[in-house]
Design a protein around this ligand. Structure first.
Ligand code: SF4
Length: 466
């Protein structure tokens, strides 16, 4: 049987360090499905790679040349790509074309969506663009079942597998690969990472998560997690990467209960409106299952911004009443955690919408500063701030395409990147708030300065007030 090389071009690019492929849970899923079919898999990179040097191309070449030189039976290279890392896929592809031109290159992941309504307007979507530019030979759209099948049979005529042959060839979306055990990815040193179920139900317009009914049988999850944690006592943290576990908590409660305390620490996401609806359920879960690191997508404080970005709860745009209730609830959550007196980390994330007026920007900054100040030595509250990114394939991009800078410029799509034209008032606010992100001064000082700048913009009356 040939070998398949899977390259992580998607995860861990903070500080320009690309994390080992074993930390990319999507690649771990593919690896497991391939290995179940008797196919050997090479996961790359094996160690963290620092891409902060000037000469990325040389770095990639030095990393892969010895590996590909000694592995003569690689049938395909598969790269996992996000829209923010298309540039990295491009660099990998160029290098691999040079050192192993005979090996077909495939790419898949959240970056690749068909956008037929935009294609009808003459815009190439990422699948069309990547293949027409000849960057890779094959693109897998959707989950990875078809890529796994392709590796088994070399048959390209599969749903969700696209290639270029005098035009874009292919159709449909790939399904979920069959799995006979729980894929377990590696996290930071002491942690493991799992995706158990992909049902969120909020249907935000900017969401890039593929839905599709993925759910691991709880008995399999318990069996495999217990086996792993029993044999790897160094893994003391379980990271549940599902985006909205509290929407279906009984499923998670069953699994975590089945671990019988083997998970000394647990990381989860927490949806603030779910919390506001059922604080007791959350408190019980936090105590019972040692939830001591939580990511909270607060995102916005005004309903007009929620409506622009399409921030929804159970399919409906969040109203002002819901957002106001969330703010109160989050303060209650911090109070509860302080009373529990156990070390806990809360990361509260905000998204900067191009619909922001200076007035709304000030309210957002005020809340961020207030939340930050509520932390103490035991409950570490940190604030994450991100501009709204119009990812390919999202309703957000489709509906606001005329406001997006370079809608076909996939290679310059990066993390903290303002993709919105000045025709929207919020671009200036995003820039002001974004300038406060570097961490060489303390949080309160940085955002006090940003607030003053926003107040100046409001006073100048350049922008329409809410
Ligand atoms: S909350 Fe919204 S953005 Fe987050 S996973 Fe759910 S639908 Fe996607």
């Amino acid at each position: 049987m040939p070998t398949i090389a899977l390259i992580n071009c998607a995860k861990g690019l903070t500080d320009m360090v690309l994390t080992p492929a074993q930390q990319n849970i999507g690649l771990v899923v593919i690896k497991q499905a391939l290995e179940s079919a008797g196919i050997d898999v090479l996961m790359l990179p094996e160690e963290p790679v620092d891409f902060s040097s000037e000469n990325l191309d040389e770095g990639i070449r030095a990393m892969y040349f010895p590996i590909f030189e000694r592995s003569h039976d690689i049938a395909y290279v598969g790269m996992s790509v996000m829209s923010e890392t298309m540039w990295l896929m491009n660099m990998h592809a160029q290098t691999l074309r040079h050192i192993v031109p005979e090996i077909p290159l495939a790419a898949g992941g959240a970056a690749f969506r068909r956008e037929l309504s935009l294609e009808r307007k003459g815009l190439r979507d990422p699948v069309h663009w990547t293949l027409e530019e000849g960057i890779v030979d094959l693109v897998n759209v959707g989950h990875a079942a078809s890529f796994v099948q392709l590796c088994k049979t070399c048959d390209r005529d599969l749903p969700g597998i696209y290639h270029w042959d005098d035009g874009l060839q292919g159709s449909g979306t790939s399904g979920i690969p069959e799995l006979d055990r729980l894929p377990i990815g590696m996290g930071e040193s002491d942690s493991i990472r799992v995706v158990l179920r992909d049902v969120c139900g909020n249907a935000c317009d900017y969401c890039v998560t593929y839905s599709g009914g993925f759910a691991i049988d709880p008995s399999i999850a318990v069996r495999d997690l217990r086996a792993h944690l029993d044999t790897h006592p160094e893994h003391t943290r379980l990271v549940v990467s599902d985006s909205n576990p509290f929407a279906n908590w009984s499923y998670y409660d069953d699994i975590l209960t089945g671990l019988q305390g083997r998970n000394q620490h647990t990381t989860t996401y927490l949806e603030p409106t779910n919390y506001a609806h059922s604080p007791e359920l959350h408190h019980t879960a936090i105590r019972k299952h040692r939830l001591d690191r939580m990511f909270i997508g607060r995102d916005t404080v005004y309903e007009t911004d929620a409506a622009f970005m399409g921030r929804r709860y159970q399919g409906k745009s969040k109203t002002q009443a819901m957002l106001d209730t969330e703010a109160v609830a989050l303060k209650e959550l911090i109070k509860f955690l302080k009373a529990e007196d156990r070390p806990t980390q809360l990361q509260i994330h905000y998204i900067l919408s191009p619909s922001l007026t200076p007035e709304h920007g000030i309210a957002l900054v005020d809340e961020m500063m207030e939340m930050d100040a509520l932390g103490n030595d035991t409950v570490d509250v940190s604030i994450g701030v991100f501009p709204l990114l119009p990812h390919p394939g999202t309703r957000l991009r489709r509906e606001h395409i005329e406001h997006i800078i370079g809608p076909e410029d996939y290679l310059s799509f990066r993390g903290y990147d303002i993709r919105w034209r000045d025709s929207l008032p919020g671009s200036a606010c995003i820039e002001v708030i974004g300038r406060a992100r570097p961490v060489d001064m303390n949080f309160q000082e940085r955002y006090t300065a940003a607030r003053a700048e926003l107040a100046g913009m409001r006073a100048a009356g350049t922008y329409r007030e809410s």
